[in-house]
Design a protein around this ligand. Sequence first.
Ligand SMILES: [Zn+2]
Length: 126
Amino acid sequence: MERAESLGARVTELESRRAELVQRLETLEAERDAALAELEAEAVKVGSGRADIVAGVGEDLAALYEKIRASSSGMAAAEIRQRRCGGCRLELNNVDLDRIRRAAQDEVVRCEECRRIMIRTGESGL
Ligand SMILES: [Zn+2]
């Protein structure tokens, strides 16, 4: 009889604990859903400017960028900094540097090594 009472108390205790865990799970699921909704809203907001950017650079360059991005770990363009490609970090040789120097300002120049689009700045060392 005493053992049955003891087991009954244990069942009550476990049922109570189970109810707490169910409540905790519902709270966490609600927090997760709220965080996902926030992320989706942010993705829509961030993506909304893309059409303007594509219109600015042109469909061809945007398509090239996407193609390189898919094959370059998500980084399609990199700054040339102190004569190095910011993508693969290799130092550009004199032939490449000369080619880049002579390229028109609006010409798309690409790294011979990693094929990323290289962005020329005042710190490129050209
Ligand atoms: Zn490179």
